[in-house]
Every structure is written in C-alpha cells, then in structure tokens.
Design a protein around this ligand. Sequence first.
Ligand code: FES
Length: 195
Amino acid sequence: MSWQAIDRKSAPADEGPGLSDAVKEKIRAFFPRYETKRAVMLPALHVAQEAIGYISVRAMKDIAELLELPPSAVMDVVTFYTHYWTHPRGEKVLMVCRSLSCQLMGADKLQHAIETKLGIKDHETTPDGKFSFMTEECLAACDHAPCLMVNERMHKRVTPEQLDKLLADADSDKLPMPRSDLYDAPHGEKPARGH
Ligand code: FES
C-alpha cells in the first residue's frame, strides 16, 4: 500500500515549552513578505520546530497569538503535515520512503531492520534521544530506490546491511553543500531533543 494514515500520537498532557522572544521576533520578521499573517504559518512552524525540537501545544498557542488566529487553526496545520512533530524528535530523524518504487526495491526490509535495531516504530524516538524513525511518501529519488533520508540528507539504494555503518556515521545527516538557514532557530537556540 503506497499510502497509509499515521497515528500521530496524542499531544502530551502538559503544554510543553513556549517560544522565546528571539523566536517570536524571527517569526515576525516574515510578516512583510506575505499579504496576511496567516500566510506565515508554515515558516513559523518550521522556526518553532527548529527552536524547541517539535511543536508543543504552548508553541501552537504562541503562534496563534502572533498570527491572530485561533489555536485550533494552528493545530489543523500541524497535524496535517507529517514533518511537524507534536512530540520531541531525536537528533537524527530517519525517514524511509514507503511509496511504490522503494517498496518494490525493499524499503519494507529496511524499515524492519531500523525498527528492530533501534527498538522503535513509526514516529517514535529512542530513549537516549539520538534517533527518531518515520516513513514518508515519495522522496523524489525513485530511480535510486530504496531511499532513506537522515534529517535533510538523502541516502540512495540503502540496504539493511548498510544500516550499522549509517547509524554509526556522525555525519550521516550532513549535507555536502551549503544549506539555507532561513527557517533555522535564532542563533544560539538549541532544540530540546529527546525529552
Ligand atoms: S518511491 Fe521512493 S523515492 Fe520515489
């Protein structure tokens, strides 16, 4: 099956961390680029997630206040996209493609190897906060199936036998090219990983 619904896990009982003044300022800096504050929703969520590691309930409320929207409008968007997390992510997020080409070329075996090795399932994080795992629709490199992304870095034609080496590689998520820091957290803010 090339599509499946994900149980995104329910939000934690406490509201989690809110946004710092620096993060709010970074979000406000997007306002002049768009005709409405609502249009800043996706950049705001990216910045928030980079700052605190996920989108907490408190962060959703802070963003709603900044964009002058009801909190439910923010939660609507957060829960629509798989790349926004409502609970903490690991330092590295492993994304296995679950679309047709990758499935035909063994992505399910790769998924099984990751789940077995790390002891976690889709959208879960290891207890040490180092790794999270998720499946994702086509990663746009079908001719190199099966594909796996580690954070923003694509790995092609990945086999279960390569998994140990990949997990041990500290640079497995490093892009071999300059990257945009447009949506990164303000300088000095570190995500609260794995809590
Ligand atoms: S089907 Fe996996 S990258 Fe397209």
